[in-house]
Ligand binder design. Structure first.
Ligand SMILES: [Cu+2]
Length: 179
């Protein structure tokens, strides 16, 4: 009888272990591997803003309606050593926006955004910081402006809006460089 109970407990433990393993595998592994392959196929189709297509030298970015977002989260790929031009069209009918090109990671973009708020509206929320490699002025609704910069190979670039509250709401995108 003792042996039977022991066997039952061992079997139960084994079933629980298998169940946990199955849950862990089902919850994490298949979903992420499925998503990137689908996204890669879509962006490889030749979408200008997808970042996965042929190198570009210029692109237009807009506001996403009246949301505190850009219309795209990623632009490129630009070519290192060649001039890249971003035209920011503030298509909002109510919000002012700007666009700053930042050289650095997300720690840098956050620091620049904070410094931009301190710089204030008279400075168009653009801080005096070497990480800011290009920037528009503070654009009224319906106005647009182009900025250019020459990306350096191996560097990381983002574009952000530093109007207070906009960056934290998600007004940031990544600039990709061709390999
Ligand atoms: Cu903005």
């Amino acid at each position: 009888m003792k042996n039977i109970v022991r066997f039952w407990v061992a079997s139960l433990a084994m079933v629980m272990a298998l169940t946990l393993a199955a849950c862990g595998g089902g919850g994490s592994a298949p979903a992420p591997t499925a998503a990137p392959s689908g996204g890669g196929a879509a962006s490889g189709g030749g979408e200008a803003a997808g970042g996965g297509g042929a190198p570009i030298s210029s692109i237009e970015v807009t506001a996403k309606g009246e949301q505190l977002l850009f219309n795209v989260d990623e632009i490129g790929p630009f070519t290192s050593g060649s001039e890249a031009t971003i035209t920011f069209n503030n298509t909002s009918t109510i919000n002012q926006h700007n666009l700053l090109v930042i050289k650095g990671d997300r720690t840098v973009t956050t620091a620049v955004n904070d410094a931009g708020a301190e710089a204030g509206t008279s400075a168009a929320y653009v801080p005096d910081d070497p990480a800011v490699v290009a920037h528009t002025s503070l654009l009224d609704p319906g106005s647009m402006e182009s900025v250019s910069f020459t990306p350096e190979a191996g560097a990381t670039y983002y574009y952000i809006c530093t109007v207070p509250g906009h960056y934290v709401a998600g007004m940031i995108g990544e600039i990709t460089l061709a390999p």
